[in-house]
Design a protein around this ligand. Structure first.
Ligand SMILES: Cc1cc2nc3c(=O)[nH]c(=O)nc-3n(C[C@H](O)[C@H](O)[C@H](O)COP(=O)(O)O)c2cc1C
Length: 187
């Protein structure tokens, strides 16, 4: 799979079936994140790979009601980091940008490996922190839900979620976010 294909095949699917989580898989995804660009090569990302059954099930308590589909995850990657670990240039704070880029690498690699890697914001950072013993000064930025895409629609999904499972949500038109040579500039 080339990068273009991985970009277009990546989907935030919610109907998941189990996938075996091996040390090789965790290492492979970690390597992909590791090669991302970061400000001054600061590499501010810190990931917790949660795949042990008992802890994974405990993490269900941290998920929002709308994310019950994520109970079928074989692994949850907890994306964390802190501002002090990356560039702050006057009012420009870069850690979330860099961590987002590294996480995108990881998600595309997971796609190439035939997996679903679905980022979510619908969770309680407080409960996640409690369950995984994450110190207060570390931000819990996102969770990435990992599994295999299943053709069987998960009964925990809403009608809207079922609709977007089948048809990718619409994107804003290119001309509404691409400008030429000046802000709002047109071709
Ligand atoms: C930061 C972030 C937070 C998201 N939070 C959720 C979430 O809590 N629950 C969910 O089902 N999907 C969540 N999504 C997935 C988006 O809804 C999905 O990426 C978007 O609708 C586009 O669909 P696609 O990724 O399949 O193209 C999130 C995505 C991102 C990047």
């Amino acid at each position: 799979m080339d990068v273009k294909e991985a970009i277009s095949k990546r989907r935030a699917y919610r109907s998941l079936s189990p996938v075996e989580i091996t040390p090789e898989l965790v290492d492979d995804l970690s390597q992909s994140a590791s090669l991302a660009a970061s400000c001054f090569n600061n590499q501010p990302w810190r990931y917790i790979f949660v795949y042990e059954k008992e802890i994974l099930e405990k993490m269900h308590e941290a998920l929002s009601d709308g994310n019950k589909w994520a109970h079928k995850a074989s692994m949850i990657i907890v994306v964390t980091g802190k501002q002090d670990d990356d560039c702050v240039i006057k009012d420009r704070i870069y850690y979330r940008f860099d961590i987002g880029m590294a996480t995108a690498h990881m998600i595309l690699r997971a796609t190439e490996l035939g997996l679903v890697a679905h980022p979510i914001a619908g969770y309680s950072p407080r409960k996640t922190r409690e369950i995984l013993k994450i110190p207060e000064d570390i931000d819990v930025i996102a969770l990435v839900i990992v599994g295999k895409h299943s053709d069987k629609i998960d009964p925990d999904m809403s009608d809207e979620q079922i609709a977007v499972e089948k048809k990718r949500p619409k994107r804003i038109p290119i001309e509404s976010f691409v400008f030429h040579n000046k802000y709002m500039g047109k071709l």
